[in-house]
Design a binder for this molecule. Structure first.
Ligand SMILES: *[C@@H]1O[C@H](CO)[C@@H](O)[C@H](O)[C@H]1NC(C)=O
Ligand SMILES: *[C@@H]1O[C@H](CO)[C@@H](O)[C@H](O)[C@H]1NC(C)=O
Ligand SMILES: *[C@@H]1O[C@H](CO)[C@@H](O)[C@H](O)[C@H]1NC(C)=O
Ligand SMILES: *[C@@H]1O[C@H](CO)[C@@H](O)[C@H](O)[C@H]1NC(C)=O
Ligand SMILES: *[C@@H]1O[C@H](CO)[C@@H](O)[C@H](O)[C@H]1NC(C)=O
Ligand SMILES: *[C@@H]1O[C@H](CO)[C@@H](O)[C@H](O)[C@H]1NC(C)=O
Length: 279
């Protein structure tokens, strides 16, 4: 990470360069006042749900917010609860809901907390985090820990997870920082064995004794969405908004100021150099 003042300098140097580049772009790459309607309708829309402020943009739609369906991908649905929590099922049947605590379009990351676990100290039934693996994937920011809930025997080697499964007072619940490789010394028979995703940073903090098991679960984990992988960044960097064509779902639909393109808005030398300079 560059120190802040260094990043500032970088911006100052880039600003005239970007201005020159923008000014030299051909006419069809400039935003126009009579812009293409799909381009205008799919512009990111600022939204807030409780304390969370973010833009509604591809691939997401938000329940109750009126946006054309060509701006989002089916299944990537978020909802704001009456209590001001942004939630999603991540298209899982039976899993979730997950509370969304962060949306990062640049890295295609959602930070989520498994509500079923975090909201109830006595989750019934105990279950692993599940989501639609065709739409989301774990990232290298995640790690896994195994929880042994309500076991019949004591463990001398595993730490207690009693701050979390507090409903089982007197019950024996443990966790292992084994990254999901389920430890061999299972303490007798347990009501459930769970493999729980968490952020690696929180797992490190737990290992260092700076956090409790409950902190780690309530800290959530990150998932990367698959929609737009490999092209949506190019579309946005070229000045477009990513979109979805239900008659041709696998198309890399990019809405540009002057119409729909495939992949990105601009072709030719100017846009090529524009893209490279931006990255
Ligand atoms: C969502 O889940 C359902 C049921 O598992 C599945 O049929 C569908 O293909 C998934 N994806 C989308 C985009 O809805
Ligand atoms: C959770 O996943 C682990 C590993 O895949 C499995 O051994 C365990 O039975 C699962 N637990 C539940 C409650 O589904
Ligand atoms: C905990 O384990 C005991 C003994 O096996 C069982 O009777 C009880 O139902 C379990 N509690 C939960 C919440 O799973
Ligand atoms: C944890 O396991 C995953 C695969 O299950 C692996 O990609 C990741 O590198 C592992 N992380 C650590 C810190 O060992
Ligand atoms: C744990 O806390 C100590 C003291 O605040 C800090 O120096 C250390 O970096 C922390 N470790 C982790 C992994 O968070
Ligand atoms: C959607 O895809 C169909 C079939 O390929 C195509 O005819 C149509 O023009 C596309 N719509 C848009 C808005 O690009």
């Amino acid at each position: 990470m560059a120190p802040p003042e260094k990043m500032h300098r970088l911006h100052l140097h880039l600003a005239p360069l970007l201005f020159t580049l923008l000014a030299s772009l051909p006419h069809y790459c400039k935003p126009q006042s009579d812009a293409y309607f799909r381009y205008s309708s799919c512009a990111p829309k600022p939204y807030h749900c409780g304390p969370l402020q973010f833009d509604i943009a591809y691939p997401f739609s938000v329940d109750g917010v009126d946006r054309p369906d060509y701006c989002s991908v089916p299944g990537y649905l978020l909802s704001c609860t009456d209590g001001g929590k942004l939630v999603t099922t991540m298209n899982s049947s039976g899993g979730g809901p997950f509370q969304v605590t962060g949306v990062d379009y640049g890295n295609r990351l959602l930070t989520v907390v498994d509500e079923g676990l975090a909201e109830h100290t006595c989750p019934q039934p105990y279950r692993n985090a599940t989501f639609d693996g065709a739409m989301f994937a774990y990232t290298d920011r995640d790690q896994f820990l195994t929880a042994y809930v309500n076991c019949s025997a004591s463990s001398s080697s595993l730490p207690f997870a009693s701050d979390f499964f507090s409903c089982l007072s007197g019950g024996r619940s443990y966790y292992a920082l084994d990254n999901g490789t389920v430890a061999p010394d299972v303490p007798g028979s347990c009501s459930s064995t769970l493999v729980l995703p968490c952020s690696s940073a929180m797992a490190d903090s737990l290992a260092a004794g700076n956090s409790t098991f409950g902190d780690v679960i309530r800290g959530g984990f990150a998932v990367r969405w698959k929609a737009g992988a490999g092209w949506c960044g190019d579309c946005r960097n070229s000045g477009g908004f990513c979109g979805y064509n239900s008659s041709s779902p696998s198309d890399h639909t990019c809405f540009c100021p002057d119409g729909t393109s495939i992949g990105s808005c601009c072709s030719g030398m100017f846009c090529l150099s524009f893209g490279i300079k931006l990255i």
